[in-house]
Design a protein around this ligand. Structure first.
Ligand code: AMP
Ligand code: ZN
Length: 471
């Protein structure tokens, strides 16, 4: 599989350190509010990456954190803790907020068929690990104490900006919100590993540490949680593009200084979902959720298809019109699958042929839009329906669009509706009209049609024969 690696700025042949197990880490949600559909674009694409790796024969162990402490309003260590902000907004405790929005997040993931990672770890579970890493960084001279906080010293690094081919716009996202200057910092990019300073006294969650009572910085949690479960070598680290700087840049700085060797081999960044007025953002308070899409009558699978139809390294513009198009495409796709017959033999050779394009799409930097078009190739293929169904079922192991179950549900619905509306007397009249037409007795045919119309029945002539419906 070829994957674009943000750290090397090119597509690389993916080779995990141990081919028997891909170690994958993904930044989890900051649980102070609902996840918006932009956040969920990132989680959908990470889910597809994990499933594609498994499909291609690489077993994956995936870890994700839940940020329930330390993520300040600005990604650059200033402002209020986002969790505290959420707790104040809803007059609840920070832990109540964390529990509520963690549950809400996984409910949204379920609706979108996003698999829960094998290990999910709340940041507040790993305080001892953070303290240990900060201690080692201080001992190594990579960190310093100033004004009560412990900072990472970026001047000790040979190279700090690892992902510097991103748009200025994206790089600016993390720092733009932070207007305050922290005068304790020796260098502009130094960042907090452990906070104790007094202006954060209203911080709800605090722990004892060698540097005083305080709480961890946001970046350290991902380094430590990853190492706790995946060891010193990580194959893939994933997240949204806004996390590349400063979050992931800082993760690399502290992890590699701590370990004394390279830490993560591949960086996978999902670009943003934007609205026509700009980036969708939780902190702005106005954002779209999966529940809102459902309330408006959209199947969450239509949103998943919408995301899959574009490449993860392109910004995606959300509009209702674009979502409508995806919803129509999804409905049509399911209707075509529902029309396939569940009998006949699977033609193995054809099945392998059909798989080729799909596998090629995944191998080419997770090209999900081509993978989606492979579904239409299956529907158009000259082979048995059983072969088509087998191919669709196989591809859905990665795409997770409920292709077969939604088609089955549609068939059952159609059968139910047909049974409910069955009426032998009307069927007989419709048949009599058809016979009259065949015999060119148009007066009789019209008479029957008018009689049916008077009873509220509309006749529809289709290439498949005459149908009727109650109006
Ligand atoms: P947060 O809960 O704010 O920590 O963000 C969770 C994930 O969503 C992170 O990986 C972010 O990089 C990602 N993310 C944030 N905003 C967007 C967006 N508009 N489009 C796609 N991903 C996003
Ligand atoms: Zn992270």
């Amino acid at each position: 599989m070829y994957l674009y690696n943000s750290a090397s700025h090119q597509k690389e042949l993916f080779t995990p350190k141990d081919p028997g197990l891909v170690k994958m880490y993904t930044c989890g949600p900051t649980v102070y509010h609902y996840a918006h559909i932009g956040n969920l674009r990132t989680y959908i694409m990470e889910d597809v990456l994990e499933k594609a790796l498994e499909y291609l024969g690489y077993p994956v162990k995936r870890v994700m954190n839940i940020t329930d402490v330390g993520h300040l309003a600005s990604d650059a260590d200033t402002g209020e803790d986002k969790m505290l902000k959420g707790a104040k907004r809803e007059h609840k405790t920070v832990m109540e907020i964390a529990q509520f929005y963690t549950d809400a997040f996984f409910r949204d993931c379920d609706k979108l068929n996003i698999k829960r990672p094998e290990i999910v770890e709340p940041a507040t579970n790993c305080i001892a690990e953070y303290i240990h890493m900060v201690q080692v960084l201080l001992e190594k001279g990579s960190a310093y104490l100033a004004g009560g906080n412990v900072y990472f010293d970026t001047s000790t690094l040979e190279k700090y900006y690892v992902f510097n081919d991103h748009d200025e716009e994206d790089l600016a996202v993390g720092v733009r919100e932070g207007v305050e200057e922290d005068t304790n910092k020796k260098n502009k990019n130094d960042f907090v590993l452990w906070f104790t300073k007094s202006k954060f006294e209203d911080q709800a969650l605090k722990w004892d540490s060698p540097w005083g009572v305080g709480y961890p910085g946001w970046h350290i949690e991902c380094s430590c949680i990853s190492m706790k479960h995946l060891g010193e070598d990580l194959d893939i680290h994933a997240g949204g593009i806004d996390n590349a700087f400063p979050h992931h840049t800082n993760e690399i700085a502290q992890s590699e200084s701590y370990l004394g060797h390279k830490w993560c081999r591949y960086w996978f960044h999902v670009h943003h979902l934007n609205t026509d007025t700009g980036k969708m953002s939780k902190s702005k308070g106005e954002f779209l959720t999966v529940s809102l899409l459902e309330q408006k009558g959209y199947d969450p699978m239509a949103y998943r298809l919408f995301c899959l139809q574009s490449h993860y390294r392109r910004n995606l513009v959300f509009s209702w019109e674009n979502l409508d198009n995806a919803a129509v495409a999804y409905e049509k796709l399911i209707a075509r699958i529902a029309a396939l017959k569940e009998d006949g033999q699977v033609e193995q050779q054809t099945l392998e042929q059909l798989k080729k394009r799909f596998v090629g799409a995944l191998n080419g930097d997770l090209n999900t839009s081509v993978a989606v078009t492979a579904l239409y190739d299956v529907l158009k293929a000259k082979c048995s329906d059983a072969t088509k169904l087998a191919a669709l079922e196989d591809f859905d192991r990665v795409l997770s669009l409920n292709l077969l179950s939604a088609a089955r549900a549609l068939r059952e619905k159609q059968a139910r509706e047909a049974a409910e509306s069955a009426d032998p007397e009307i069927d007989a009249l419709v048949a009599a009209r058809a016979q009259a037409k065949k015999e060119k007795n148009f007066a009789e045919a019209d008479r029957i049609r008018d009689a049916l119309k008077a009873r509220g029945i509309e006749i529809i002539d289709t290439p498949q024969g005459t149908k009727w419906r109650k109006v």
